[in-house]
Design a protein around this ligand. Structure first.
Ligand SMILES: [Zn+2]
Length: 230
């Protein structure tokens, strides 16, 4: 299920505010409570937890906002059931439960980074060996096409090295441009907007510091809410 947001008439959710673009954003329900959010090149941006994004998967715990003020109520728009399991806090500074869920965010980020890098290495090796071999195959086939003892045959035979150097040079040039940078940037962007202080009034990005370090520290360095019982 996909919903589009914007000022134009053909949107599923229409806004009249001038700071919302004609076609502002698109949100797809992936599974219960998880969404893919895509900004459609809006002028004033789409924000997750206060941070501008191009594309990001989010859950109901994340805050989605269009431009400066328009908070999107995904439960209402997608007709989902409200999660009533959350108890009101007996201690308003206790965020230990919310902080626990951040461990998954951190672990998944580490795992995905490794997976992307490995997949890229595999692709590069395949392409590189394919290109390296191609001129050698040409060289080999030429032996049969060009009649033996001809001048051309001698030139080809004596230039085995040239053919193999040619192959590996092209391979290096070609695969030098292959990089997982875009995939990694997308992953980083998603991680940055999710790995934030769970206190809605704070939402400070927790950077590249391991979850375990914050757990040891026990509280948010900015707003001071409790992360662990220490
Ligand atoms: Zn905080």
């Amino acid at each position: 299920m996909t919903k589009t947001f914007g000022r134009a008439d053909d949107n599923d959710v229409k806004y009249s505010e001038r700071d919302i673009s004609g076609h502002h954003a698109r949100v797809t329900l992936i599974d219960s409570g998880n969404f893919l959010v895509e900004d459609l090149n809006s002028t004033n941006g789409t924000f997750v937890n206060g941070y501008r994004i191009n594309r990001s998967t989010i859950s109901l715990k994340d805050e989605l906002r269009l431009s400066q003020y328009k908070i999107v109520n995904l439960i209402e728009i997608f007709g989902l059931k409200k999660d009533n399991t959350q108890q009101p806090k007996s201690d308003p500074k206790d965020y230990t439960q919310e902080f626990d869920t951040l461990k998954q965010v951190w672990d998944k980020y580490q795992k995905d980074r490794i997976a992307i890098t490995k997949a890229h290495q595999k692709r590069t090796t395949l392409v590189r060996s394919g290109i390296t071999l191609a001129p050698l195959i040409v060289w080999y086939v030429l032996q049969f096409i060009v009649s033996e003892n001809s001048a051309a045959s001698k030139v080809i035979k004596s230039n085995y090295i040239v053919f193999s150097v040619l192959g590996s040079t092209i391979a290096m040039l070609f695969t030098g441009n292959m990089s997982p940078i875009e995939e990694l940037m997308q992953l980083d962007e998603e991680f940055r907007v999710k790995y934030v202080c769970p206190n809605n009034q704070c939402r400070t990005q927790l950077g590249n510091v391991p979850w375990q370090s914050y757990n040891n520290q026990g509280k948010c360095f900015r707003c001071g809410v409790k992360y662990s019982k220490q």
